[in-house]
Design a protein around this ligand. Structure first.
Ligand SMILES: Cc1cc2nc3c(=O)[nH]c(=O)nc-3n(C[C@H](O)[C@H](O)[C@H](O)COP(=O)(O)OP(=O)(O)OC[C@H]3O[C@@H](n4cnc5c(N)ncnc54)[C@H](O)[C@@H]3O)c2cc1C
Ligand SMILES: Cc1cc2nc3c(=O)[nH]c(=O)nc-3n(C[C@H](O)[C@H](O)[C@H](O)COP(=O)(O)O)c2cc1C
Length: 582
């Protein structure tokens, strides 16, 4: 380690001479010597002048913290566990489940797992390999490992916190000793998670008594985190990128931040704080007999999730109203099926009952912000951040439905208006060094981060090649950011582009078909060290793209399906196959 790291700063409360003297000793000291010194001084401090406790100091007990995360919440909480653990005499090691060496888990004495659920009850993409290994026959015994699991999820999904639940059961089945009960967190996880972390760390911490534990982690780097405070932005552009004849509406939203945009990097997202459709809230309040209460109306428009319907909502409805029919629905086990495609308003419309404000509040949770990939680079747009937002509209059970945030943007935000936003960094979807080639697969709004990538590469005059696969319904009506791509191809910041417009030909063509068509070049780029990025729809597209890549390897390199699968697994392990899907 370089001695410069341990230099005593000039600002230290010592004379210049003393600083020089100290530097002569501390500067070249080894990590062990510095740790000893830190322990010694801390010990001296604690017994007012008697330099003895150092001899009694015992090493902190190890704690392994594994997180399975896609959008960073579990990862952040893993950091919170580590902080709390250090204060409680534990020496934490944080491991991304993507990097987990499963056999090593058997030697962990204490284990915390924080796991999010994605897709429809699936593990976060990066964690799939380790998750499958954990569930597989080759998983190691975990006899004697003390563990606790914190599950992150969203009650709006049928498979609420499924991955955390399964991991919790699996660790116990492998012989682990559950030392703290699992907690399943909804989107407003901050409080329950903090409580669970406090309990878990207490339960896992070694008994106090004996010497004070002095844990000095010289390896820990201070987090160079960008501010993730909620900030207000002005809307300076609001443009529908689809033609008026498209059946879609995709808004290019340019936000301007007074005092500078949050320090985002290409690949990051912004959490947008939306408001509910006032017409929907009015209908809801009327149904429960609460219209006319303006204060309540404003509260529900601004801050309550009035659309989500989950099993938990139905439970609460029965608890608060005792409604017999809804009770029967639950008792018959039909509730889960019944709520598919329905919203809170359907429950109240079909099983009406008068509610007071408190009961209605209990049926809703806080309105959560929605994430949108940032479609610009600060190096090109300075104080702005651009987003690309597709209005979610559909019909179910005879009612026209509108996604809350996307329609707030499409229908109610206007140029000159303001909106609140918060940076959501994603260091797992970042650009590689400028000399590396990149392949970007982003149909629909999935193309947003790649506009940021291309802008960044232009601004930094990166030498690596870049290749974009884009797709949507129609060339004429849905070619998002068409002019930007043309310019980028002209100035060289984009080397190549392939497009798939599914409704322009009798047979539907998607990006995965284009990948297959270009498989020889694709595999050659990847063999040459290119990075492969996928963004957009998680349900079908991301899986189809991965499958197409496996088939491409098999065909181009004459590999068995297993060997081709292994080639893609290797890309994932090398973190050259990166996804940001939703
Ligand atoms: C990291 C990340 C980045 C993202 N980036 C972008 C982006 O760049 N651009 C973008 O537009 N979106 C992006 N999203 C998605 C975005 O966050 C929102 O989920 C999306 O805009 C919908 O939000 P909403 O509030 O309008 O809809 P909501 O009110 O949340 O409603 C959506 C829900 O409606 C239901 N639903 C939707 N369609 C149907 C249907 N056809 N039939 C039945 N039910 C249906 C589903 O339950 C769905 O979950 C991103 C998401 C993540 C996690
Ligand atoms: C596309 C998408 C799919 C999701 N699927 C589920 C799910 O099936 N079950 C669930 O409980 N939560 C689901 N969630 C909610 C996430 O688990 C939740 O947002 C969690 O806080 C994310 O944690 P992370 O940031 O560590 O990935 C989903 C979220 C998104 C955006």
């Amino acid at each position: 380690m370089s001695s410069g790291l341990a230099n005593i700063p000039k600002t230290a409360p010592f004379s210049e001479e003393d600083v020089a003297l100290l530097n002569r000793v501390v500067g070249p000291a080894s990590a062990v010597q510095r740790a000893w010194l830190a322990g010694f001084l801390a010990g001296v401090e604690s017994v007012s002048g008697q330099a003895q406790p150092v001899a009694q100091a015992r090493p902190a007990e190890p704690l392994t913290i594994v997180y399975a995360s896609e959008s960073g919440n579990s990862e952040k909480l893993a950091g919170d566990v580590a902080k709390a653990a250090r204060k409680n005499g534990l020496k934490p090691t944080i491991i991304d489940m993507a990097d987990l060496d499963l056999p090593a888990l058997a030697s962990a004495k204490r284990l915390v797992v924080i796991a999010a659920t994605w897709g429809e009850g699936e593990p976060p993409a990066r964690a799939i390999r380790a998750y499958n290994e954990l569930m597989g026959e080759g998983a190691p015994r975990l006899d004697g490992v003390e563990f606790g699991v914190l599950a992150l999820g969203d009650t709006a999904y049928a498979e609420f916190c499924a991955i955390g639940k399964v991991i919790d059961e699996r660790l116990a089945a492998l012989g682990g000793k559950r030392i703290v009960d699992r907690v399943d967190c909804d989107l407003d996880f901050a409080e329950p998670a903090a409580r669970w972390i406090g309990d878990a760390v207490k339960a896992l911490a070694p008994p106090t008594g004996g010497g004070r534990v002095i844990e000095v982690d010289f390896g820990a780097k201070p987090a160079a985190s960008a501010s993730t405070d909620v900030v207000e932005a002005e809307i300076i552009e609001h443009v529908d990128l689809n033609s008026s004849r498209s059946d879609k509406e995709t808004i290019h939203l340019a936000l301007s931040f007074e005092g500078g945009a949050p320090a985002y990097e290409p690949g990051d997202s912004l959490d947008l704080y939306a408001e509910n459709d006032p017409a929907y809230v009015d209908e809801l309040l009327k149904l429960v007999g609460l219209s006319g209460d303006d204060k309540l109306r404003t509260e529900f428009i601004k801050s309550r999730d009035v659309t989500t319907l989950s099993l938990k909502t139905i439970d609460t409805y029965v608890e608060k109203t005792g409604h017999q029919y809804v009770k029967a629905l639950l008792a018959d086990g039909q509730a889960r099926e019944w709520l598919a495609g329905r919203q809170l308003i359907d429950l109240i419309a079909e099983f009406p009952i008068a509610l007071d404000a408190e009961k209605l509040r209990a049926l809703t949770r806080p309105l959560a912000p929605r994430a949108y990939s940032i479609a610009s680079s600060r190096r090109e747009v300075a104080d702005e951040a651009h987003l690309l937002i597709s209005a979610v509209r559909y019909e179910s059970h005879g009612r026209a439905r509108k996604g809350v945030a996307s329609n707030y943007v499409a229908e109610r935000l206007k140029r000159g208006g303001r909106v609140r936003a918060k940076l959501k960094p994603n260091k797992h979807f970042a650009l590689p060094a400028g000399d590396k080639d990149i392949i970007m697969v982003g149909p629909g709004t999935g193309v947003a981060p790649f506009r940021a990538f291309v802008q960044e590469r232009r601004a930094t005059q990166a030498k690596g090649r870049s290749w974009l696969f884009f797709g949507d319904r129609s060339f004429t009506h849905d070619f998002l950011y068409q002019l930007d791509w043309q310019d980028a191809l002209k100035d060289g910041s984009l080397s190549r582009m392939d497009v798939a417009f599914s409704r322009d030909t009798p047979k539907k063509v998607y990006v995965q078909h284009k990948l297959w068509d270009r498989r020889a070049d694709l595999v050659a780029w990847l063999d040459g060290g290119a990075y492969f990025y996928v963004c957009g729809d998680a349900k079908a597209m991301a899986k189809d793209v991965r499958a197409a890549l496996v088939r491409a390897y098999a065909d181009v390199k004459s590999l068995s399906p297993e060997a081709a699968e292994q080639a893609v697994v290797t890309l994932e392990r090398e973190k050259r196959y990166l996804q940001d899907t939703y």
